[in-house]
Structure formats: C-alpha cells, structure tokens
Design a protein around this ligand. Structure first.
Ligand SMILES: [Zn+2]
Length: 179
C-alpha cells in the first residue's frame, strides 16, 4: 500500500528505463541519476532484509538538474530519518529512565528494542505517505522499484513486462480484475 507505485522485477540485472525524466517527465533527458538500491529503510529495518542480497546500482535517465535535486533529496531524507530516529529513541529512553520505568539487567536491552519499534512505525508511515520520486529495494533475488508517479511506473512496468515478479500487494488494476 502507500502512495508509491511499486514494480517488482526478477533478478538484480539492470531493468529497462523509460527515456523520460522520472521527476519532471520531460522526454529525452540529458543526464543520469545514479543511486544504489536497498537503502536501509524503515520496512527493511523491521524485516532485516537489508542485511541480505546484493545492492545493484541504478542508472536512471533524468535531466541533469532533476538528477542533482533527487540526489540532494535522497541524501536529506536518509540523514534526517536516521538522525531523527536516534534523537527520538534517545529522548524516549531518557524520559523513561528519569521516571524509573526502565527495567534493569538484561531486560533493559529489550526495552530499548521496544522503544525502537514504537518510534520506527510512525516514521515508516511518514515515508509511506510521502514517497520519493524513485526508490528501489533489493530483497532476495528481486528488486522492488517504487515510483511516485503512476504513469512513469506503468511505463516502466510495460518496458520490463517479461521480468515482472509477483507482488505481495497487487496495485495494477489491469491484472487485479477490477478494471
Ligand atoms: Zn527532469
């Protein structure tokens, strides 16, 4: 679910990319946006899937200006989310500790893990409802590509028709039988 449009591709080889900028949708972009898939994201943090598999590098046709902006946004998101996570966990920990609510001994470690989960879930919701232009997550032998724009996602899906992997949550009405 969420507001991104996901396309899951079998294998970690480079997919076919639409020759359209994923950010401003101008055709025949003059640059390339390079990123590594499988960021350590919130849902990967929960499933630990980031710890396994390869992290293929993506080379996505995009305008030079848009590529620069997407790089900055990506960097900002990751930094903010990690810094935010640690600050929130730290604050909750200090408050609980000051109130004397944290268990001592080995149970304390579980309490900290619990705080992480409580903080991570709302953060995962935020990233779900404000997806970046483009993201990719490698898990096992598949890579899931996430797009903000539905048309771009459909175009991408059409280009890679023969390598689609089954999705856990099918959001393509053409295959869901509802259209
Ligand atoms: Zn562009």
């Amino acid at each position: 679910m969420g507001l991104s449009h996901d396309v899951k591709i079998r294998g970690t080889a480079a997919p076919e990319w639409p020759f359209v900028c994923p950010s401003c949708y101008r055709p025949e972009p003059d640059g390339v946006f390079v990123m590594r898939s499988s960021r350590i994201g919130w849902h990967q943090l929960l499933t630990l899937s980031w710890a396994f598999g390869s992290r293929p590098k993506l080379r996505v046709p995009a305008c030079r200006g848009c590529a620069k902006r997407m790089r900055a946004e990506r960097w900002g998101r990751e930094t903010l989310s990690w810094v935010g996570l640690f600050i929130m966990v730290g604050v909750v920990y200090l408050v609980l500790d000051a109130l004397g609510l944290l268990p001592s001994g080995p149970l304390r470690r579980w309490a900290i893990a619990g705080i992480f989960l409580v903080v991570v879930i709302p953060a995962a919701m935020v990233t779900m409802f404000f997806p970046p232009v483009l993201d990719a997550t490698a898990s096992g032998n598949n890579v899931t590509y996430e797009f903000k724009n539905k048309e771009y996602a459909d175009h991408f899906r059409d280009l890679n028709q023969d390598r689609l992997a089954p999705m856990m949550f099918e959001d393509d009405p053409r295959r869901g039988g509802t259209a």
